[in-house]
Design a protein around this ligand. Structure first.
Ligand SMILES: Nc1ncnc2c1ncn2[C@@H]1O[C@H](COP(=O)(O)OP(=O)(O)OP(=O)(O)O)[C@@H](O)[C@H]1O
Length: 305
């Protein structure tokens, strides 16, 4: 009996990005995300993770432009949509959370109003109905005293609370795909762990797929079922997270893993049967300073790559 393979929610094919007609920043990247799946893109700074995420959202800014390939979201090529159609898609079926909520939030509007706007624009609710939904949304992202907080302006909230507001806005319309680009990088490590847990919980509950962009292997290990590794505009390896940590295939991935700082004096053998991946996940969940990538390129060059 043949098994039904679920259709991808997002299918990126041979995506090329450059300035002018040169595809010199992204050289043909392909990957798929299944409904409800959390997929991680990891790599050093400048490897092309963010521009990949931005192009899926249709938010790539000139002089950068897509020079080839396709981005199928729910089987529709988003590169062929006009501005209005893209705007309608964003916030409704597709949503985003970025590193710095302060730049994404409107400083002049209360957070309640900014969440409510999603329900007015995408669901056609009245402002009165939308305000009630906004308070509910703040409750869902575990913001204390949500009724009162809804009347706050972004600058009156802590970084962690602002990121929760961004998550409330992003998930308000129960999107099929959340693009989270370094969503916790600006937060201190304890808050980082809480925010990651929240994203995982809510997306699992709603069956939302996630494209998680991060330079942090701890975050990726903690959140993602599959990982794509990017190096200089190419996806050099893609594997299930566990397999990637256990048997990295590409020299660049091996370099990334090897360049990861060791976790103090604790070693795998001291932790009994725990694998390194389990240890990394546990650390990130506890909010311990998760190891981040250091630049392995020098190291790879030394190894004669
Ligand atoms: N507006 C721009 N103009 C010119 N080049 C750009 C622009 N934005 C990004 N780039 C280039 O595109 C490449 C990929 O950048 P991208 O931001 O996607 O990297 P990244 O892997 O997300 O790294 P980071 O985590 O530092 O953002 C880099 O070489 C970067 O210098």
């Amino acid at each position: 009996m043949s098994k039904t393979v679920p259709a991808s929610i997002l299918s990126v094919r041979d995506l090329r990005i450059g300035i002018g007609n040169q595809s010199d920043l992204l050289h043909g990247v392909s990957f798929d995300i299944l409904p409800g799946e959390t997929y991680g893109l990891v790599g050093e700074s400048g490897s092309g993770k963010s521009i990949t995420g931005l192009s899926v959202l249709g938010l790539l800014k000139r002089p950068l432009q897509v020079t080839g390939g396709s981005i199928l979201f729910r089987e529709q090529d988003v590169l062929k949509l006009n501005k209005r159609e893209r705007r309608r898609l964003r916030g409704d079926r597709m949503a985003m959370v970025f590193q710095e909520p302060m730049t994404a939030l409107n400083p002049l509007a209360t957070v309640g109003r900014q969440i409510a706007e999603m329900f007015v624009v995408h669901r056609g609710l009245s402002w009165a109905q939308a305000r009630l939904k906004a308070v509910e949304a703040l409750e869902t992202v575990h913001v204390p005293a949500p009724d009162e907080r809804a009347r706050s302006y972004p600058h009156q909230l802590s970084g962690g609370m602002r990121q929760r507001v961004m998550i409330a806005i992003a998930l308000a319309c129960r999107p099929d795909l959340l693009i989270a680009d370094e969503p916790t990088t600006a937060l201190d490590v304890t808050v980082q762990a809480e925010v990651l847990k929240l994203i995982a919980e809510l997306c699992q509950r709603e069956g939302t797929a996630v494209l998680l962009v991060s330079h942090d292997l701890g975050v990726i290990a903690n959140m993602c079922r599959r990982v794509g590794v990017m190096d200089r505009g190419r996806l050099v390896e893609e594997q299930d997270t566990r397999a990637l940590f256990e048997t990295p295939l590409h020299p660049y991935t091996r370099g990334l893993l090897a360049a990861r700082p060791r976790l103090g004096s604790r070693t795998i053998s001291e932790r009994g049967r725990l694998t390194e991946l389990d240890e990394l996940v546990a650390d990130t969940q506890r909010g311990r300073d998760a190891p981040t990538l250091v630049t392995p390129r020098g190291m790879l060059a030394e190894a004669g790559r």
